[in-house]
Design a protein around this ligand. Structure first.
Ligand code: UDP
Length: 350
């Protein structure tokens, strides 16, 4: 059985879909601080369909800092591998509120590792980020690129990379650390998709733009092909697939650290035009000042994923954008539940 932490969130929920489609039984743990109960319901609904091979076994509404909840979970279910997404992941917020990031991403993840060690759970797939590389010294970025994060979010993820490696050596854990580039898209059936209470990401922000709320493009004077930032946009379903392959690889093989990207770079202007074309609409745009902390260019060298996992990005950009657009339509039909402390059935013990 697989435990997916953060399975009610954007990437985690796509991973739940991929594992279940591949025939695995999944338990999800999420404190619903940024994830959504409606996503859990949609995942359960999907898993209950006749032609779906795996099962959605249980949803535990708990925080990764809650040792009691983790111990109960590990005593109740025989977990073979933890796919660990639960984290906060906004660069700007991490600069303003580093306490939140160290508490959730570091203290929480260490607590999870400790519970794994105590309960003899030996495999972990960890979501890290290209933000651990910082300002790139060269592109495309391979896994040997120096890691010098430039914000607290990247620091917390790098701290956890160190911790996982140390725990692996001392306690016999096996790990795959994935460093994600820019994740976009949604599954083609709109089971799940990107749903942030405050949206900061490029593709959903372009799709949400209208006459009242123009799309703000941050920075047009970067040293790139058209002056706007260049990123490596990887489809979320392709990304999720890599996690299932990583689990299967870990059963027989050793630990690895792998970039997940396409190897191609698109500028913000190129993505904007691609969205206009894919949805056949004219979107209002305003050119704004640079956003703090955005490096000019981040592109992955994704060859290691191909060699080790036989994985590569497959979904064309237009398809990712169309799926994201379908999801935006679905999202309008979902009512966000007001989030209060009372929504959390278990609070952190720390
Ligand atoms: N971006 C933008 N307007 C937005 C959101 C993002 O111009 O409303 C730009 C952002 O400055 C960056 C790129 O789009 O250059 C990707 O940003 P995103 O927040 O999606 O991902 P990040 O690279 O920060 O992980």
């Amino acid at each position: 059985m697989i435990l997916i932490t953060g399975g009610a969130g954007y990437i985690g929920s796509h991973c739940v879909v991929d594992f279940i489609k591949s025939g695995y039984d999944v338990v999800v743990l999420d404190n619903l601080s940024t994830g959504h109960n409606q996503i859990i319901e949609r995942l359960q609904d999907f898993a209950s369909k006749e032609d779906v091979k795996g099962n959605f076994i249980d949803f535990i509404n708990a925080d990764i800092r809650d040792s009691y909840a983790l111990n109960v979970l590990f005593n109740t279910y025989k977990i073979d591998c933890v796919i660990h997404f639960a984290a906060d992941a906004l660069v700007n917020e991490s600069v303003i509120d580093p306490k939140k990031y160290y508490n959730n991403n570091v203290i929480g993840s260490i607590n999870l590792l400790n519970a794994m060690v105590e309960n003899n759970v030996k495999k972990i797939v960890f979501s890290s980020t290209c933000a651990t590389y910082g300002e790139p010294e060269y592109v495309p970025i391979d896994e040997k690129h120096p890691q010098k994060p430039v914000n607290p979010y990247g620091n917390t993820k790098l701290a956890m990379e160190f911790a996982i490696k140390d725990y692996a050596k001392a306690y016999g854990l096996k790990y795959t650390i994935f460093r994600y580039f820019n994740v976009i898209g949604a599954d083609s059936g709109s089971i799940t998709g990107e749903w942030h209470d405050t949206e900061t990401h490029l593709v959903p922000n372009i799709l949400k733009a209208n006459e009242e709320k123009v799309f703000k493009l941050f920075g047009t004077n970067y040293n790139t092909k058209d002056g706007t930032c260049v990123r490596d946009y990887i489809d979320v379903c392709d990304l999720a697939r890599a996690h299932t392959l990583a689990y299967e690889y870990l059963k027989e093989n050793t630990s690895t650290i792998i970039n997940l990207g396409t190897g191609d770079g698109q500028s913000v202007k190129e993505i904007f035009s691609a969205v206009e074309k894919a949805i056949d609409a004219k979107i209002p745009l305003e050119e704004c000042e640079r956003r703090e902390g955005d490096p000019a260019k981040l592109i992955a060298k994704p060859e290691l994923a191909k060699t080790i996992l036989h994985w590569e990005a497959k979904t064309p950009l237009e398809v990712s954008i169309k799926n994201a657009n379908e999801w935006e339509k679905t999202l309008k039909t979902l009512n966000p539940v007001q989030k209060t402390e009372e929504n959390f059935s278990r609070k952190a013990v720390l």
